[in-house]
Design a protein around this ligand. Structure first.
Ligand SMILES: [Zn+2]
Length: 82
């Protein structure tokens, strides 16, 4: 299971939503919107799941992630360099 993360529109940094799922569920959830209490700026954000990304799990496992999906690459490309 990997945590769904979003980009804070205030600080533009990635923040976790506290929701963990796998890649196939993540893609199924993309049209949905999440209301997230942001730990970065303290505000609430109403964001589409598809505007976020699925972070690597704490164990480092990346279960079910398709290696050759261009959509994933475009999402990962939005991650900050660090
Ligand atoms: Zn925020």
């Amino acid at each position: 299971m990997n945590p769904i993360s979003i980009f804070c529109p205030v600080t533009n940094r990635s923040v976790g939503t506290g929701i963990e799922t796998d890649w196939s569920t993540f893609f199924a959830l993309q049209p949905l919107r999440l209301r997230v209490r942001c730990p970065d700026c303290g505000g609430r954000h109403d964001v589409a799941v598809g505007d976020g990304y699925l972070a690597r799990s704490e164990s480092g496992a990346d279960g079910g992630r398709p290696d050759d999906n261009p959509r994933i690459e475009s999402l990962l490309a939005r991650l900050p360099e660090n």
